[in-house]
Design a protein around this ligand. Structure first.
Ligand SMILES: Nc1ncnc2c1ncn2[C@@H]1O[C@H](COP(=O)(O)OP(=O)(O)OP(=O)(O)O)[C@@H](O)[C@H]1O
Ligand SMILES: [Mg+2]
Length: 453
């Protein structure tokens, strides 16, 4: 449980509201920053200069207390040392002991402390200097001569990283960044360091041209930034003027809400515990198939990792389990090319806001199509027994659609969903009845026909 009484979700919502009060029209971005942190995913921000990308990220970061942060504007000149730390030259001198080994050794520190105290109070040093030297030599035997990398303040010691102009990195830096983003690891001088970073935030004004062989290498970096958001200029005049007045007043905004790194980790635990019902997984699969049908590439890896994002959205919304509407947030996950954003968003809106009505409409459309085929076929005077043949075919299709309707009716979870599936059954039965009458056959209800199968 949280160390104080405020529920963790309220703390996260308070921070989001506080950032939104400072940055205009960035609600979507602010929510995605929260989702990235809650799911340990990386977030890519695409937008023209001056659209508060850095400003919003920094506003959010500054409200997470105790989180070690790393920020860098990348350029071709940025080298690995600037991101991952440089080798501690003193560690290469024979017999030397790396500084951090001495700093972390309690006996050594305790003896140094005693020596300082003695000297400060005018006492003689006694044999303490020899003892200290012996300890240092012993540590040197164990840890000396090993090259050490000083990673203080760099990515290997950062909980949150912000890489501005991320695609400006040179190839060497890019390769190390890829491993860092992908595996949260960094290798230097034969040693591999674990990287504690929760999320990498990366911003850019443009997406490279991946078709260009020179820029192709950047695609791997782009792929590893799972969440993606596009920023725009402030569209609302009133809000724009409010930001301007705020700036002119020169009032520096106080931080009104924050949470700690430990609390963030507890939040992550709550998020991963939110159940994902089968029906939601099935809906996610339907969405995947629909997008692929529309020519939007979604890899299996991407699909198989969708659920933490939906869990985070459900947690933020106060849902006890993931609901179909929570999948709407995948609009910042399922696209690769900005040109695909509109199709992804409209597909999600259509399928997630009322998935039952989408499915019901699909079945109804198939029934109407079968009815039209039946009408055309039964009037075909060139074929003997055209009417009864057409009816047999239609019956087969209606029985299939009836089965689908029954599955939906069994899965209905609310009165409104039940009303939809009931309405569908009435419609199917009506088509069935009209068809029988059209060819002078006695009407057999769908339920009976299905039972006879
Ligand atoms: N939506 C906004 N709300 C409040 N202030 C804003 C907003 N948009 C821009 N500003 C102001 O404009 C400044 C510029 O924003 P910022 O430097 O974050 O842009 P950026 O998107 O990171 O640009 P670049 O791509 O050049 O790095 C901010 O520091 C802030 O003062
Ligand atoms: Mg910036």
């Amino acid at each position: 449980m949280s160390t104080n009484q405020t529920p963790l979700r309220d703390k996260m919502l308070a921070v989001m509201a506080d950032v939104n009060a400072q940055v205009a029209e960035r609600e979507e971005l602010v929510e995605l920053i929260a989702i990235a942190l809650l799911t340990r995913k990386n977030l890519f921000l695409l937008g023209a200069p001056g659209q508060a990308k850095s400003y919003a990220i920094n506003a959010f970061r500054s409200r997470i207390t105790g989180a070690r942060q790393f920020e860098r504007l990348l350029s071709k000149q940025t080298d690995e040392e600037q991101l991952f730390g440089r080798i501690d030259l003193s560690s290469l001198i024979p017999g030397s002991v790396p500084r951090d080994v001495l700093e972390k050794n309690p006996q050594y520190q305790e003896m140094c402390g005693r020596l300082k105290a003695r000297l400060a109070s005018g006492q003689s040093a006694g044999d303490l200097p020899e003892q200290i030297e012996r300890q240092r030599k012993a540590l040197g035997e164990l840890y000396g001569g090993e090259p050490k990398v000083n990673t203080a303040g760099k990515i290997p010691e950062a909980d949150i990283c912000f890489l501005d102009e991320c695609f400006k990195a040179n190839d060497g830096v890019l390769n190390s960044l890829l491993t860092a983003l992908n595996e949260r690891k960094y290798t230097n001088e034969g040693r591999t360091y674990h990287i504690p970073t929760i999320s990498f935030f990366a911003a850019s004004n443009e997406i490279p041209n991946f078709a260009d062989p020179q820029e192709k290498i950047l695609e791997a970096l782009y792929d590893r930034l799972e969440l993606k958001v596009v920023t725009e200029n402030i569209s609302d005049r009133v809000k724009r003027l409010a930001v301007l007045r705020d700036k002119q007043a020169g009032s520096s905004r106080q931080i009104a809400a924050s949470f700690t790194l430990e609390e963030l980790k507890e939040m992550q635990g709550q998020v991963s515990g939110i159940p994902v019902p089968d029906s939601v997984n099935e809906l996610a699969d339907d969405i995947l198939c629909e997008l692929r049908k529309s020519g939007i590439p979604v890899s299996d890896r991407k699909y198989l990792n969708y659920y933490p994002i939906a869990q985070a959205k459900a947690w933020l919304s106060g849902h006890a389990a993931v609901e179909s509407k929570d999948l709407l947030t995948l609009k910042n996950y399922l696209w690769q090319k900005p040109g695909d954003r509109a199709v992804v968003e409209s597909t999600l809106n259509r399928m997630c806001v009322n998935p039952m009505s989408d499915k019901v409409n699909g079945i109804r459309a198939m029934a109407v199509e079968a009815q039209e085929e039946f009408d055309a076929a039964r009037q075909d005077a060139s074929k003997p027994k055209a009417g009864s043949r057409a009816l047999i075919k239609l019956r087969g299709e209606l029985i299939r659609l009836y089965g689908m309707q029954q599955d939906l009716a069994n899965a209905a979870q609310s009165d409104s969903e039940r009303a939809l599936t009931d309405g569908l059954l009435t419609g199917l039965e009506q088509i069935n009845k009209q068809a029988h009458e059209a060819v002078n056959f006695t009407h057999v209800p769908l339920e009976q026909m299905a039972a006879m199968q």
